[in-house]
Design a protein around this ligand. Structure first.
Ligand SMILES: C[S@@+](CC[C@H](N)C(=O)[O-])C[C@H]1O[C@@H](n2cnc3c(N)ncnc32)[C@H](O)[C@@H]1O
Length: 250
């Protein structure tokens, strides 16, 4: 899954793991981050800034999941979003990010070592949760993407339940990912979530997906697909009522 954007080609080459499932191992990330200063998974902020700023406002409290050594939080900060908390499972990523932000005078941005599957925050703490390429990690050993292993589904659902829980009642979850709607929708649309699901794409040639999940705005409460930018959505009420899902949920 190593499709990313290394802005500094002079930098040491990134370390590919020996197997895809190594992406699930914090040790892999610790080793990688001990040698790598900056790497953007998928694309950098300039490619999706226009999409984020439709939803994120100056006074937003934002939680970023799996910040790695990305500059996303700095870029958000430059755009006036100052209440930012980043988490990462990798202690090395967290320590280096803390140092980097401090050296740039961005001490307001909080960086914590934490597992996105067990978010250590109170209910309804954030206006927005953002992840870029982090949820994708959970799918690296999923097997058949149409019918992922139960272990994968359990992890993804633990993550999504945590995100839903820590979002304020009108909060939004932004997921920037390789994952195509036919693979992500069955998970995002799980009945326990009150959010609506919208998406668009960005990128030239290869398209990345930009999902916006709005808590409390599920379809049955009206039409949530009136985006401020062209949104593609083919989900009708019928999907909720009768079309069988390909992924079985607990
Ligand atoms: C594919 S990288 C994405 C990094 C960054 N978001 C970006 O866009 O460049 C995945 C990141 O998620 C972190 N990660 C993996 N599993 C995690 C988990 N369960 N909880 C929190 N962070 C996790 C990794 O340490 C790594 O920094």
């Amino acid at each position: 899954m190593d499709t990313g954007q290394n802005p500094d080609e002079s930098q040491q080459k990134t370390i590919p793991p020996s197997t895809a499932s190594a992406y699930l191992d914090p040790q892999y990330w610790n080793e990688r981050f001990s040698k790598e200063e900056h790497y953007e998974w998928l694309k950098d902020y300039s490619h999706f800034r226009h999409l984020i700023l439709v939803h994120a406002h100056r006074n937003c409290s934002v939680l970023e999941l799996g910040c790695g050594n990305s500059q996303l939080c700095e870029e958000l900060y430059k755009d006036g979003i100052n209440d930012i908390t980043c988490i990462d499972l990798s202690a090395v990523a967290v320590e280096k990010m803390q140092k980097r932000l401090l050296s740039k005078g961005l001490k307001e941005i909080k960086v914590l070592e934490a597992d996105m599957l067990e978010l250590p925050f109170d209910n309804e703490s954030f206006d927005a949760v953002i992840e870029k390429g982090t949820m994708d990690v959970l799918f690296v050993d999923s097997g058949d993407p149409w019918n992922p292993r139960p272990e994968t589904v359990d992890k993804v659902m633990a993550m999504l339940k945590g995100v839903h829980r820590v979002l304020k009642s009108d909060g939004i979850f932004i997921s920037i990912t390789f994952g195509q709607p036919h693979f992500r929708r069955p998970l995002f649309d799980s009945p326990e979530f009150s959010w609506s699901v919208e998406w668009t794409t960005f990128g030239d040639g290869f398209h990345y997906f930009f999902y916006v999940l709005k808590k409390g705005k599920r379809l049955s409460y009206g039409n949530p697909y009136k985006g401020a930018y062209p949104i593609r959505s083919n989900v009708g009420i019928a999907q909720y009522l009768s079309i069988p899902r390909r992924i079985s949920m607990k």
